[in-house]
Design a protein around this ligand. Structure first.
Ligand code: 5AD
Length: 344
């Protein structure tokens, strides 16, 4: 079969000129062919909101002194992970801010090893920011399977502006390191950042393809009142849905979550994303006492729910659109396909 080439012009045409309805028809056809009506779930534990970075968009940036900082102790993290595993969850995601103390490579390795001891079949995904290649090798050796690190925007200037001078190449290098070390690699971007042009939106999509991502997490940028971008505007949600649909067309086998940020800007945002090409949901299982402190953006949904209430809610929501939640590991079919290609 001839490999489809996605040029800038082609993606620009899809993004600017083809209706969401048309795009979704194509993306849904692909999603159903590959994933049938299954929605894979991953349970997220937001174990610490300490962060040493000062990203202009993010509510847990170091300079935000208005939030209470927390780091769950290992015991509580393990207890929460065990509850999820007993419930049938096969992927645990550990997410945190970037902190050389609360989210050090040593601590992460220890946590991964302990989760794997609870059940060696459970996949562990990390989303804890930047690490050196050496640290990532240690983390992989501790048993971690997958890593999420969004590139946030494919525009170098916008990226450096948002991250106080850091070059985009540093993130991209880490994504390549993750791939070399054998992780399933996840990345993605925010939709509607200030100064984002259609050209940047297209570059975002093309970068996901170029990186051949196993997982692509995207979501609308939501201005946080306690950040320098408080006065920025929220982009129309349709832009996010268009991006989801095009990503599915470009990366048929990748895992694409319907994210919490999508459910925050639109009460049916996640359902809409699942009907535009997404195939994954990531319910939050962070202990309820601290959920309200992990606010990267305002008005986040699910922060007052307890334990596994989110699973019940999602089960119903998914049923209403004719899909089924699946408690499977849901390893990347994209990675599997690439490994098979390499063997030939
Ligand atoms: N609005 C939407 N998403 C945000 N993130 C951080 N801050 C915001 C915001 N204000 C996203 C970033 C980050 C992920 C964990 O959350 O893309 O990588």
């Amino acid at each position: 079969m001839e490999k489809e080439i996605f040029t800038f012009e082609k993606i620009e045409y899809l993004y600017k000129n083809v209706s969401l309805e048309e795009l979704s028809k194509e993306s849904n056809f692909i999603t159903e062919k590959i994933f049938s009506n299954k929605i894979w779930i991953r349970a997220i534990i937001e174990f610490s909101n300490y962060c040493e970075n000062n990203c202009l968009y993010c509510g847990i940036r170091a300079s935000n002194k208005k939030i209470k900082r927390y780091s769950l102790d290992d015991e509580l993290i393990l207890k929460t992970a065990k509850q999820a595993i007993d419930y049938g969850v096969k992927t645990i995601v550990l997410q945190s801010g970037e902190s050389s103390f609360y989210s050090s490579a040593t601590r992460i390795c220890r946590l991964v090893e302990k989760i794997k001891k609870l059940d060696s079949e459970v996949a562990v995904t990390l989303s804890c920011g930047y690490f050196t290649k050496k640290e990532l090798i240690d983390i992989r050796n501790s048993g971690a399977d997958r890593y999420l690190l969004r590139f946030e925007t494919a525009d170098e200037d916008l990226y450096s502006f948002l991250k106080n001078g850091e070059p985009l190449s540093k993130r991209i290098e880490m994504l390549h390191n993750l791939r070399d070390i054998g992780f399933e690699v996840g990345s993605g971007f925010m939709v509607g950042l200030p100064n984002e042009t259609d050209e940047v939106a297209v570059k975002n999509l093309l970068l996901c393809k170029e990186l051949n991502l196993d997982m692509v997490g995207i979501g609308p940028f939501i201005p946080h009142p306690d950040t320098p971008l408080a006065e920025a505007k929220l982009a129309p949600f349709e832009k996010t849905l268009r991006a989801v649909a095009i990503l599915r067309i470009m990366l048929p086998y990748s895992n694409i979550p319907a994210t919490t940020a999508m459910g925050t800007v639109d009460p049916f945002g996640r359902e809409k994303a699942l009907q535009a090409g997404a195939n994954v949901l990531m319910p939050i299982i962070t202990p309820t006492e601290v959920r309200k402190y992990y606010l990267l953006y305002p008005n986040k949904i699910c922060i007052y729910e307890n334990g596994f209430e989110c699973f019940k809610c999602l089960e119903n929501r998914v049923k209403k659109i004719g899909k089924t939640l699946k408690f499977e590991r849901g390893d990347s079919l994209n990675k599997k396909c690439n490994l098979q290609l390499q063997k030939v």
